[in-house]
Design a protein around this ligand. Sequence first.
Ligand SMILES: Cc1cc2nc3c(=O)[nH]c(=O)nc-3n(C[C@H](O)[C@H](O)[C@H](O)COP(=O)(O)OP(=O)(O)OC[C@H]3O[C@@H](n4cnc5c(N)ncnc54)[C@H](O)[C@@H]3O)c2cc1C
Length: 414
Amino acid sequence: MTRHNEIDCDVLVVGAGPAGLSAASELRALGVVRVLVLEREAQAGGVPRHCHHTGFGLRDLHRLLSGPSYADELVRRALASGVQILTATTVTSLEKNGQAHATNSSGVHDITSRAVLLASGARERPRSARLVAGDRPPGVFTTGQLQQWVYGKGLPVGTRALVIGAEHVSFSAMMTLRHAHVKPVALVTDLEEHQSVAPFAFAARRFFGVPVWTSTRVVAINGQQRVREVVLEDVRTGAHRVEAVDVVVFSGDWIPDYELARRLGVELDAGTLGPASDDGGRTSVASFYAAGNLLHPVETADVAALRAREVARALVKDLANDSTSSSHDQIAVRVEAPLSWAWPNRFDPLSPVSRVALRAKTFSGSRLLVARQDGREIGRERVGRIVPNRSLSVAGAFLAVADPGRGPVTLSLG
Ligand SMILES: Cc1cc2nc3c(=O)[nH]c(=O)nc-3n(C[C@H](O)[C@H](O)[C@H](O)COP(=O)(O)OP(=O)(O)OC[C@H]3O[C@@H](n4cnc5c(N)ncnc54)[C@H](O)[C@@H]3O)c2cc1C
C-alpha cells in the first residue's frame, strides 16, 4: 500500500527554479516561518543548471555567472535563509482548499499550507506541436533537451545542425552545439530579422561563421534512422530548398508549464497562456499565487527572480491581512494584434501598477500604446522599438483611471 505522509507548512512553493528559490528566500526574509519548496528534478536550480554559458545573475545578484553557478548560489541562499527544499518530488495535484499532493520515492505527501506559490516555469514547444511534416527520426531536440543531453548526460549529438528560431535562446542553442562539436549551419527564422541583440548575431556570424536565415521556415524533416535533411521554405516566394543536416534544434516558442494550475481551475490568460494574475502574482483562485516564466514566457532568469520576490512581498502582505485575495474580481487587461500579451493582465485600480510588460508578434518602430475601456480611451503611452519575442516595459500609471464597473481594458498600438 502507498504510504501517505502529512506535511504542514506556511507557504508551499512548486518549482525550485530562479523564481521559486528567490521567492522562497524572500518569504523567509519577511518572516514566514515554514517555507517548503518542492522540485521534481534531482537537483534544485531550474533551467540555469543546464545552461553552461555565462549570462546569469546580473540584475538580481549583481554578478555575471554561468547558469550552474547562478543556480548553486540561489540554492545556497535559500537554504541559508531556512527554506526547506525537497528534490525529486513532483507535485501532482492541487485542491482549492489549499491542499497539495506530491510523490517521491518515499511515497505520497499530502501538504497543507496557508498559500501556494506556483513557479513551474515554461518549456519550448516540441516538434510535435509545431506541425512540421515529414519523418520522425532521432536527432530532433528542443534547446532544453539538447542542453540536458550535452551538459547533463554528455551524450553525442551529431555533426551538422540547424537551429530553428533566432531569439536569445537560439544563440544559446548554437553555443551548446559548438560545445558538443556539432557544426551549427544556421539559425532559421520566419521573421524578417533575428529577435536577439545585435552583438549576438554579429558574433555568431563573424566568429563562428553561423548566419541567420531570415524569412525562412522549416516545412519538413526527412530521414529514417537519423535526420537526413530539412526542407526549408522562403516565406516571401514560397520557394523550397533542402539542407543536409543530422540535427535539428527547435528553440523558443515557449509555453508555460500550466498543467497544475489548469487542473486546479485557475483562469489562464488568452495571451500569455499562463495564469491570469495581477502584479502580486494573485491568480483567480484565492491563496494560489504564480511567479516566473509560468506567468509569461520567457524572461531572463534575473528578471524572473526579481519579479518573484515582488510576488513574495504581495503574498506576505496578504497573509498579514489574513486575506489571501484572488485576481477574480479585478479588471482584465486584453490586447489587440499585433500585441500578443500584456502582464499584469489583471489589476485592482486602487493599487497602482508600476510597470506593464508587453509582447508583440511583429517588428515595429516606436508606436503609441492606447488603452481603452468600454470603447473610451483612458490613456496612451509612447513605446520604443518593438521586437517579437522580447518584452517591452511601459509605466503602468495610465491604468489608474480605469473604472471597475466598465469591464476589461484593451491595449492596442496606435
Ligand atoms: C537554453 C536557455 C538558455 C538561457 N539563457 C539565459 C541566460 O543566459 N541568462 C538568463 O538570465 N536567462 C537565461 N535563460 C532563461 C532562464 O533560464 C529562465 O528565465 C529561468 O530559468 C526562469 O525561472 P523559473 O523559476 O520561472 O523557471 P524554471 O527555471 O523553468 O524552473 C521551474 C522549476 O519547476 C520545476 N517543476 C515544474 N513542475 C513541477 C512540479 N509539478 N512539481 C515539482 N517541480 C516542478 C521544474 O523542474 C523546474 O526546476 C535561458 C533559458 C534557456 C532554456
